[in-house]
Write a protein that binds this ligand. Structure first.
Ligand SMILES: Nc1ncnc2c1ncn2[C@@H]1O[C@H](COP(=O)(O)OP(=O)(O)OP(=O)(O)O)[C@@H](O)[C@H]1O
Ligand SMILES: [Mg+2]
Length: 312
C-alpha cells in the first residue's frame, strides 16, 4: 500500500524572476507503507525541499501530494493539524535545529503540548521513556542545545520526531555529521524503532553507505530531477550520475577509489540546461540526443527506473 504518493511536484523559489530555477522539478514518487526510501544526491539538488514538501512544510509550486489516499496539497494549516502528528521530520543541521533557550524537556514537549491533553507528569514520563529509547536518560531533561554534542542533539531530534508516535518520518541527514561508531548506533536505533513502531521513513543523505544499510529503495536526484530509482544500491545501477556518486564514495581504499572512479565532467556550471537531459553538462557519455530530448524516467525492470537515453 502507498502511504504517500506525489505527482508532478515542482518547487520554484524565484517565481517572479526569469529564468525560473526549480529546486524540485517534476518529481513523481510513491512511498510504500513500512519501507525506508532513500533519497541521495549532491548538495543543493533539492532533497530537503522535496522532504519538506512531502510533509507540507513547504508548499509545492505545482503537483499533488496524496497522503493515505487523501489529497493534502491544498490543506490549510488547520486541516493539516489533524494529520501533522502522523508525519514528522528530523531536521538537518543539529546545531541550529532547536530553540537555544529551550531545555531538552521543552524541545521534546513542544509537539506534545500541541497535540496531547496529558498532564505534565504524564508528559514527563513519556519524554523520559523516549529519551531512554534513543540512548539518553532523565539527566538530559534540563540541558540546553549548546550543552550537548552533535550526536546527542541528533538523538534529541529523533526523540522529538517520535514522541507523537508518527507513521511517517523524514530523516534529513540524520547521521551525516557524526562519527562512524555513533552513526552505526543511530542507524541501528532507527531500524529498531521502525520495527517496533511499524514506521515508514524517507531517509535523506549524501552518504550512500548509510543509505545502503537502511533503505529498501533509493531515489537519486540531480538538480531537482529524479534520475534513477533503484531497489537497493547493490543492484546494477545504470545512470552515469549514480555510478559517479557511488564510485566517489563507496571504495574504502583511497587508491582503489582513484582507479575505479567514474569521472564527471568537472568545472561545468551547475546550471539546469534549457532542454535535453539535466545531466548532459557533466556526463562523459553525452550524445547529440541528450542535448535536445529530455529522457523520461522509465522502468528497467520491476522497481528499477532510470532517466537516461542509454540505459536500456
Ligand atoms: N527558502 C529558500 N529560498 C530560496 N532558495 C532556496 C530555499 N531553500 C532552498 N533553496 C534552494 O533550493 C535548492 C535546493 O535546496 P535543498 O536545501 O533542497 O538542497 P539539498 O539537496 O537538501 O542540499 P544539502 O545536501 O546541502 O542539504 C538550492 O539551490 C537552494 O539554494
Ligand atoms: Mg538538505
Amino acid at each position: 500500500m502507498n502511504l504517500i504518493e506525489i505527482n508532478g511536484l515542482y518547487k520554484c523559489y524565484n517565481f517572479k524572476e526569469k529564468p525560473r530555477i526549480y529546486a524540485v522539478h517534476n518529481v513523481s514518487l510513491t512511498v510504500k507503507k513500512g519501507e525506508v526510501l532513500g533519497l541521495v544526491g549532491e548538495s543543493g539538488c533539492g532533497k530537503s525541499t522535496l522532504g519538506k514538501m512531502l510533509l507540507k512544510l513547504e508548499q509545492p509550486s505545482q503537483g499533488r501530494i496524496i497522503f493515505k489516499q487523501q489529497d493534502i496539497t491544498d490543506y490549510s494549516f488547520k486541516q493539516m493539524r489533524q494529520i501533522r502528528n502522523s508525519m514528522q521530520m528530523v531536521f538537518q543541521g543539529t546545531a541550529n535545529a532547536f530553540n537555544p533557550y529551550f531545555t531538552v524537556r521543552q524541545i521534546i514537549s513542544e509537539p506534545l503540548n500541541n497535540y496531547s491533553q496529558e498532564s505534565e507528569e504524564e508528559k514527563k514520563k513519556k519524554i523520559v521513556a523516549m529519551l531512554e529509547r534513543v540512548g539518553l536518560n532523565h539527566t538530559y531533561l534540563t540541558r540546553y542545545s549548546h550543552e550537548m554534542s552533535g550526536g546527542q542533539r541528533q538523538r534529541v531530534g529523533i526523540a522529538r520526531a517520535l514522541i507523537l508516535n508518527p507513521e511517517f518520518i523524514v530523516c534529513d541527514e540524520a547521521v551525516s555529521s557524526i562519527d562512524y561508531a555513533l552513526k552505526n548506533q543511530i542507524l541501528t536505533l532507527l531500524s529498531e524503532l521502525k520495527r517496533q513502531f511499524g514506521l515508514t521513513y524517507l531517509f535523506i543523505s549524501h552518504d550512500i553507505s548509510a543509505v545502503n544499510k537502511l533503505c529498501d529503495r533509493v531515489v537519486v536526484m540531480y538538480l531537482g530531477n529524479v534520475v534513477e530509482i533503484i531497489p537497493s544500491i547493490n543492484d546494477n545501477v545504470c545512470h552515469p550520475y549514480t555510478k559517479a556518486l557511488l564510485a566517489a564514495t563507496m571504495a574504502p581504499d583511497p587508491q582503489k577509489r582513484g582507479k575505479n572512479r567514474v569521472l564527471l565532467r568537472e568545472g561545468e556550471a551547475l546550471k539546469i540546461p534549457e532542454k535535453g537531459c539535466v545531466f548532459q553538462n557533466r556526463c562523459l557519455d553525452v550524445q547529440k540526443v541528450c542535448e535536445t530530448e529530455q529522457p523520461a524516467l522509465v522502468s528497467q525492470n520491476n522497481e528499477h527506473y532510470t532517466a537516461c537515453h542509454f540505459c536500456h
